[in-house]
Each structure stands twice: as structure tokens, then as C-alpha cells.
Design a protein around this ligand. Structure first.
Ligand SMILES: C=C(O[C@H]1C=CC=C(C(=O)O)[C@@H]1O)C(=O)O
Length: 461
């Protein structure tokens, strides 16, 4: 049984163009499978869905349909632009009795100056959506909200139709089992920029030796061609099964699905308290407990990896010093062990200053030296010059926020773009003075493995 608890609130929003009414209505539902709810939208909402689950698995969010989208092509101002549009839209929205609010989900692209055309062509520099049907699963409770944002005065019929459709979606998600998906069948694969990638590592290390930069993250992609079109619920179900210890995300837009399983938090804000994590420095997992331990200890004591990590710590710490009243950070990194790889990991947290907001933190933190480099501007120039691809949303902030300013963004690594019967997988690594092309290439193979496995492939080693 679903318990219907809350009433409709209709808030009036004055925008430049028109007056929008923001109707939101939430009911508590019996626990259901978030992925089946996502799949229930296959007929009516394919192309307009999103999926998010935090690392701890205490918060899951699914969106079906788009009640409203916020996009921006304002380059460096895109963070402020999204923030202002969202504030305007939610200025009168209040918490309901479940302490729930409409949620905005989406992402920012990595670099607005990148002009390389390809699979990301036409994608906005920021894309966010408020779902028509929003499922939130928090701890052991589940809620479904309807959002209707319209300039129509009379919404009685529209809301009634939405309620009917909502109940059908919930019913499907509660009584139907998720389809059993066969792994996608790969017809062919190719590495579009392998030679360029290897050459760029040599070039970038020599630039670093000449003191042009201290660290630059260089990435590459792997393209897959499938036998037939692959569906979003299919790949999400594979990722969920295989990467239980990461942030899981999927965002449909422009007929494509950007998805991934990232171990890296960019920032989380909860009641004006901020949390971030420095994740940089990597080694593979061992075949045995002993080998794994040895590799982990080796990573903790490796000067090259420690220096790669320290650049990230210094930069994130600087952001916390500027935006928080105080902060806490351990003296040395720990190991973050995920299925295919282990990383150096340092968490940072602190109470935010009054004027700080989640999107301002995202703006300041992106890109950390785990994805861009040091110094930031020079590193971005080097990436633009030597990386012959467009990262799109890869290595960029993806996540959610509510009207109160709570939310969480992950760094969209270990990710891929699914476009009908093709997929593009991305991976990179931090380059410092003594980096070697062959071992950096091997590291990208390890980082590609999670998405490759989810898409039905494996690596020939
Ligand atoms: C750029 C990626 O990873 C970053 C995050 C963690 C560790 C990294 C490293 O050790 O190089 C990278 O900075 C990627 O996975 O594509």
C-alpha cells in the first residue's frame, strides 16, 4: 500500500518571460526497486531519465520525465547561471512533512573551451532537470513526488493525469521484476587516439620537466560498436551489479546515456557542512590478499603517487580555507580500495561560511588536480592542446541539489557515453615529471575496466 501523505503546493514564480507555477506533491511508498522504477519509464520517458546512488547506498534518486530543464552555455559563469535559475525557480518552495523538496539533477561539462567535435557535439555546458516523477529512497524510506512547472493557471486536470500515471509507474515498479538483460554484444572496438595518447604523455612529461606545469591529467577514450542498440536500464543494471562500492549515475539527454561508477566525491553539502575527498594516485588490486596488501603499501610509500596526491590535497584544502569556518583533514592519505583499483584517499570536511553554497564550491573545486592539473589554467591549456578529444561530462561534476542548498556532486570518472549501438569509454591519469607512457597507458586500461565489463567487454592483457 502506498501512503498518501502530502498535499499539493503551488508556488508562483516570476521569471523574465512568464509566471511559472511550481506544483509539487509527494507520497510515501512501500520500498521498491529504483532500477525497476527507472525501467518502468522505458515507454514514455526514454531519453528523459536520470539515476543516482551515493557510495554509502543511503540515498537513491530516480527521475522520469522533465518537469523543467535548466541549461547554460555561459562558460565559467555556468555554475552561477544554474544557481540563479534554480533559486528563481524554487524561491517559494518549502519542505513538505517528509522533509523533501524538488531536486535538480545534472552535470557540467569538463571544459567549455574545448572545440573538438564528436560524440558530445551539441551538448550544453550545463544540463540539469527537475523530474516529472521523482523517486527518492533515503535509508529505508521511499517517496515519489510529482512536479509540474507550468504557466497555466488551471492545473487540476494536468495534476490528476500525473497522479494516475504516477500510480501506474509505482505499481509496475512494485509488482514487476526487472527484466533479465543479456550483456551487450560487442561487434568491434577501437582506441581512437592511442598513438596520440602515447605521444602526448612523452610531450607532457617533457613540458613538466621544463617547468611549464607541475602536473597534468591526460585522458583517452575507447569506442565500442555493438551488434544492436543497447538500452539504458540494461547498462545501469550491469553497473549496479558490478560496482557496488561507487557512486552510480546515469543521465539521459539528447538520445544518449552518460553513466558511470565513480569512487570520487567532489563535494557533499548537508546543513551547511561540506565534505570533499582527494582521490589521486593509483595502483591495481592484487590477485591475492598478500599481493593486494603489498601493492597498497607500495602506493602509500610511492613518492610519485604521493606527490600527485598532494597537489589535490593542497588545492582542495585551499578551497576549504576560503569557504569554511574551519576544516578537518587527516595527516596522511589512506587507501580507497575498489573492485579494480586502489587509490590514495584523503577526506576533507568543515562547516561552511554563511555565504558559501554547493554550486560555488563545485565551481571553485572543478577541476581539481585529479582531473585537470597544476597550475590549473596552464594544465587546461595543455589538455586542450594534447588531448585530441572532447571530454564532455567525463571528469566533470555530476550530481544533485535541492532548494535548501543540500546536495552532492561526484567527479564523473569511470564513465562512458552510450549512444544507441555505440559507446565511448573514458579514462585518464595524472602525469608528472617521471611518468612513463607505457605504464600510464596500462593504468588507463585498469580504469576502463569497470565500464568495459558492464558493456560486455574485457581486456586482453
Ligand atoms: C582521471 C581519472 O582518475 C583520476 C582519479 C583518481 C586517480 C587518478 C590517478 O591516479 O591518476 C586520476 O587523477 C580516471 O579515472 O579517468
Amino acid at each position: 500500500m502506498n501512503r498518501k501523505l502530502s498535499a499539493t503546493t503551488g508556488d508562483r514564480i516570476e521569471t523574465d518571460q512568464s509566471i511559472l507555477h511550481f506544483h509539487t506533491e509527494t507520497i510515501e511508498v512501500s520500498r521498491l526497486s529504483a532500477l525497476t522504477f527507472f525501467e518502468a519509464g522505458e515507454q514514455s520517458f526514454a531519453g528523459q531519465r536520470f539515476f543516482w546512488q551515493n557510495r554509502e547506498k543511503t540515498f537513491t534518486l530516480v527521475g522520469l520525465g522533465q518537469a523543467h530543464t535548466i541549461t547554460s552555455n555561459a562558460k565559467e559563469q555556468r555554475f552561477d547561471d544554474v544557481e540563479q535559475q534554480w533559486k528563481r525557480l524554487t524561491q517559494n518552495v518549502v519542505n513538505d512533512e517528509h522533509n523533501l523538496q524538488p531536486i535538480l539533477f545534472g552535470g557540467f561539462t569538463f571544459d567549455t573551451e574545448n572545440k573538438v567535435s564528436g560524440e558530445w557535439t551539441g551538448f550544453p555546458e550545463a544540463f540539469f532537470a527537475v523530474a516529472t516523477y521523482q523517486l527518492v529512497m533515503r535509508n529505508d524510506q521511499a517517496y515519489v513526488s510529482i512536479h509540474l512547472i507550468t504557466d497555466e493557471e488551471n492545473t487540476v486536470d494536468a495534476l490528476e493525469a500525473l497522479r494516475k500515471e504516477r500510480d501506474e509507474l509505482i505499481h509496475t515498479a512494485q509488482v514487476k521484476a526487472l527484466k533479465t538483460y543479456a550483456k551487450p554484444q560487442i561487434k568491434s572496438s577501437y582506441e581512437p587516439y592511442k598513438e596520440e595518447y602515447l605521444a602526448s604523455i612523452s610531450k607532457v612529461t617533457s613540458l613538466i620537466r621544463q617547468k611549464e606545469a607541475d602536473k597534468v591529467v591526460i585522458a583517452r577514450s575507447l569506442a565500442l560498436q555493438f551488434e544492436e542498440q543497447v538500452s539504458s536500464p540494461n547498462v545501469l543494471s550491469q553497473v549496479i551489479m558490478e560496482q557496488p562500492e561507487s557512486y552510480l549515475f546515469g543521465l539521459e539527454e539528447q538520445g544518449k546515456l552518460f553513466f558511470g561508477a565513480s569512487p570520487e566525491r567532489l563535494v557533499k553539502v548537508s546543513d551547511m557542512y561540506a565534505y570533499s575527498s582527494c582521490v589521486a594516485g593509483s595502483v591495481k588490486r592484487g590477485e591475492t590478499v598478500e599481493e593486494d596488501e603489498l601493492l597498497g603499501q607500495g602506493l602509500l610509500n610511492d613518492e610519485k603517487n604521493r606527490s600527485e596526491h598532494q597537489y589535490v590535497v593542497d588545492m582542495i584544502l585551499q578551497t576549504f580555507k576560503e569557504n569554511c569556518a574551519s576544516y578537518e583533514i587527516p595527516h596522511a592519505p589512506k587507501l580507497l580500495k575498489i573492485r579494480d583499483i586502489q587509490h590514495l584517499f584523503t577526506p576533507v570536511e568543515g562547516p561552511m561560511k554563511k555565504e558559501a553554497t554547493i554550486l560555488q564550491l563545485v565551481k571553485t573545486l572543478h577541476p581539481t588536480p585529479a582531473l585537470g592539473g597544476v597550475p590549473r589554467v596552464k594544465a587546461m591549456e595543455v589538455i586542450r592542446e594534447y588531448e585530441p578529444m572532447n571530454r564532455g561530462l567525463y571528469a566533470a561534476p555530476i550530481g544533485w541539489l535541492d532548494a535548501q542548498g543540500n546536495g552532492e556532486f561526484a567527479v564523473a570518472i569511470r564513465s562512458a557515453l552510450l549512444a544507441n549501438d555505440q559507446a565511448f569509454l573514458y579514462a585518464g591519469g595524472g602525469i608528472v615529471a617521471d611518468s612513463e607512457p607505457a605504464s600510464e597507458y596500462d593504468e588507463t586500461l585498469v580504469k576502463l575496466r569497470p565500464m568495459l565489463r558492464a558493456l560486455g567487454g574485457h581486456l586482453h592483457e
